[in-house]
Design a protein. Structure first.
Lengths: 336, 336
DNA sequence: CTGTTAGCGCATTCAA
DNA sequence: TTGAATGCGCTAACAG
């Protein structure tokens, strides 16, 4: 591998000069710069990033901690973060951390070893307290899809409550009143907030959400969705519409319904949340709330980089709003 | 950030000793090791990876070049590669390279700057020649989902031909004879080989694949699938089964059929390829060929690491086989 | 505008 | 078994 010294020797200049032309900063004579650049091209010189990071004490890399890139939602998140780094010449390091607080902390740790000052963290297992401690130690740490009031300006999050309300209102607008909800057993903050949103919107319409109308799935995926709707059905609950915690569960619901010969949307309407690619694979295509992950991740990445370079940035907040995507899984009862 | 010197000072030993206990190699006295370890834990010392990489001339990281992590297939590939690195204490660097040969070369270049000696490369735009040149320069470079005969022992690939044959035979076994094929317009190597496989299997059954039975989609996604089946339909072609290039196109086909009131599998059977998560989201769940990406990527990662550490490894080849996953999109004409 | 000097944090000789 | 010395490739003062 050819080094800066080689270039300097061949070009007959000092390494400092080469360094200056490589980084395009500092004053370098026009002819000198051309000469050096020529040698660089000829020799195919590429600066050693590790050496750069070592001496400059920053690695110009952005860490992204997510459960798993292979999950479409998080893959999209990672891509969104990467987009933001293109202009900054940053590289993104993805750390998968699935299943436990320890895994998440290890991931952060590993990123720290790489000296990446900017980190976008999607935590599912760490407590607010733990995150606050981390945030204190790492100025460039930003949380995505999580809200911690003490760290408001370091959180990029979605208004799940309003999102759930909008989804609910859509059903209401279409003339639905017998509305069931499918949620996840572990009831994480998102699930809680979305359920609250549904309740609020329903209350505003003078409808009370009975506990019996809440179907619970063990996992927040297709299986969980199927299980939850199965529970509702076997309990003899009557409903004409379902608000699912997310798209995966919604699709499970559609499958579960189909297994009983119940048609969507003719017999029962279904609304998802997230707007994953998968939501258009389903027949009927799912009406769902679009979750702007890509934009949010991109925004979070920029914020993390900004904070890592200048910790005392303004205390603005970073709230995003989901919006309804109307497709074919909701029947219009109002116009009939 | 605390350094090896800090630890050495506090523990009252030299940095060499600390270095030895950190890397758990070299002889270190039992009590001395304990003492140093204690200080390491207390101070929360973490070696600077960049410095390690610089001095040891290897970064212990594995590069993965793919079009985009947000595409489920490639996200899974990335995860598979990562799995392989867990035991080796390697870190994986993902480089998205979408759309052009230049993008792919840039991605490789960036990885080289990080001095990662092991790279798993999923190339879609580079010519065999280009790849051969790269392979020569980078001993730890391995190609996935691509076969180049001169580089056979550096390629981890799938037998698309036999896979397509198996898919075709499945249809034949179920009594189908009016079989159409959906493929992608650009006819990349995979598409070509899969089509050949279909032809072979059909020929063996005494059936000739008419050109008119080949539907073409502009893109290899849902839209392409819908477009292709639309073409077939509007040309008045009769068929009772469809072999799609991949799952995405297959799902597009199901949608396209549905739009014409044609039921799957009652009226037309559909078989996909890849076994993406999306294939079970569809109703009916798709019968498809399972593509063992995760295992292949994991294998490729190990191979890349092995080659990077010891370039002259055996000339074995690395061929994987897809297998049929029977779900609900194929009707059994034979037993009726 | 350019070169010289001095490290960045660590692993690795080589002595002791 | 341990420590002192050296340098990986590069940037950042500081001189000139």
């Amino acid at each position: 591998m050819i080094t800066i010294k080689d270039v300097a020797r061949v070009a007959g200049v000092s390494t400092s000069t080469v360094s200056r032309v490589v980084r395009k900063q500092g004053k370098v004579g026009k002819t000198c710069r051309a000469k050096v650049q020529k040698v660089i091209d000829e020799l195919g010189y590429r600066p050693n990033i590790n050496a750069q990071a070592l001496v400059s004490k920053k690695s110009n890399s952005l860490g992204v901690v997510i459960p798993r890139v292979s999950m479409p939602f998080f893959g999209t998140l990672a891509c969104g973060a990467e987009e933001a780094t293109i202009e900054n010449q940053y590289r993104v390091l993805i750390s998968n951390a699935l299943g436990s607080e320890q895994a998440e902390l290890d991931a952060i740790d590993s990123l720290l070893q790489h000296r990446c000052g900017a980190i976008v963290f999607h935590s599912m297992y760490c407590s607010d307290k733990t995150l606050c401690e981390l945030a204190e130690k790492i100025p460039g740490l930003v949380f995505i899809n999580r809200f911690i009031s003490k760290l408001a300006h370091r959180c990029v999050w979605l208004d799940n409550n309003l999102g759930a309300q909008e989804a609910t209102r859509h059903l209401l607008d279409k003339g639905h009143t017998e509305i069931a909800v499918i949620t996840r057993k572990d009831m994480n903050p998102d699930a809680q907030v979305r359920l609250d949103g549904v309740r609020t919107a329903l209350n505003n319409a003078g409808i009370k959400l009975a506990d019996s109308m809440i179907g619970i799935g063990t996992t927040a995926d297709m299986d969980g969705g199927r299980e939850a709707v199965e529970n509702l059905l076997s309990a003899g609950i009557k409903f004409k519409a379902i608000l699912a915690y997310n798209d995966n569960m919604a699709i499970g619901v559609v499958h579960g319904l189909d297994a009983h010969g119940i048609r969507v949307p003719e017999d029962v309407s279904v609304v998802g949340f997230d707007d994953l690619l998968i939501s258009v694979a389903c027949i009927p295509e799912l009406t769902t709330m679009h979750y702007p992950v890509r934009e949010m991740a991109s925004y979070a990445a920029n914020l993390a980089i900004e904070l890592s370079e200048n910790p005392n940035t303004s205390g603005r907040t970073h709230l995003f709003m989901p919006h309804l995507i109307e497709r074919n899984s909701v029947a219009d009862l109002a116009s009939s």
